[in-house]
Design a protein around this ligand. Structure first.
Ligand code: URA
Length: 242
């Protein structure tokens, strides 16, 4: 991130308004830098040092944004889509233009999705080499058995070059519709659905409950989101430094 940027970009990046709205604010004389009224949109500000305010309200610069979203079913994990509603359509306030989902959940999958503009961190958390744990709760059509547990521990054939990595299957209820928790360490397309297909069963509901050290906040409802805490940011950064 550059040390100095134009004041209109600074304010637009902080979602104070669009670039042209911000220029209008500057024209109106309501934007100040270190208490001095800004005259031109091209004026440079030092993002670490200068104090920027609009109508007397301080606008701090945030380089990186990390949001925990409880993805609801029915939205796609993309930044844009010509037909479907995307996870970014759910973000209302202070939406950064460079925000994107770190990884993908299927349209019908719910649960924890990290939205960020930190490309480096997202890349690291998703890297197949890092084996970041992902835990899902699922409802499965049919009785899930200890044989399935063993098969997942060994790795199953989902039509890739290699078997899946060992996954931990915790059977919460084995019945006509079973309840399970599963921990996987990779993130292949439709991975859990394909793993259950490999043992002749069908996933009928899927919710991600953790992603590395992040746990889905029980206070969130589907469609809601919040910023990560400092502690959570520290944990995810630690995870990728190992
Ligand atoms: N596995 C799946 O099958 N779908 C998801 O959305 C995530 C993991």
């Amino acid at each position: 991130m550059k040390e100095e940027i134009r004041i209109d970009k600074y304010l637009a990046d902080m979602s104070v308004g669009t670039r042209s709205q911000v220029k209008q604010m500057i024209r109106k004389g309501i934007v100040t830098v270190n208490g001095e009224t800004v005259k031109k949109p091209e004026q440079k500000v030092r993002i670490q040092h200068d104090r920027v305010a609009v109508s007397g309200r301080d606008i701090a610069f945030e380089n990186e944004v990390y949001l925990m979203l409880y993805k609801p079913a029915g939205v796609v994990s993309a930044t844009k889509d010509p037909r479907e509603k995307t996870v970014l359509d759910l973000i209302q306030d202070k939406k950064r233009k460079d925000l994107f989902p770190a990884g993908r959940l299927d349209k019908d999958t719910e649960g924890l999705l990290l939205l960020t503009n930190d490309g480096k961190l997202a890349h690291e958390m998703l890297s197949p080499k890092k084996h970041v744990d992902k835990v899902y709760f699922a409802l499965i059509q049919g009785k899930v058995t200890t044989q399935d547990q063993e098969a997942f521990r060994q790795g199953v054939d989902i039509g890739e070059d290699k078997l899946t990595l060992p996954a931990d299957l915790n059977i919460l209820k084995s019945d006509d519709v079973s309840e399970i928790e599963i921990t996987i360490r990779e993130g292949k397309f439709h991975q859990i659905k394909r793993m259950f297909e490999a043992v002749n069963k069908k996933v009928i509901y899927l919710r991600r409950i953790s992603f590395g050290p992040l746990e889905l906040d029980p206070a969130l409802h589907p469609g809601e989101y919040r910023k990560l805490t400092e502690e959570e940011i520290r944990l995810i950064k630690g995870e990728t430094n190992e």
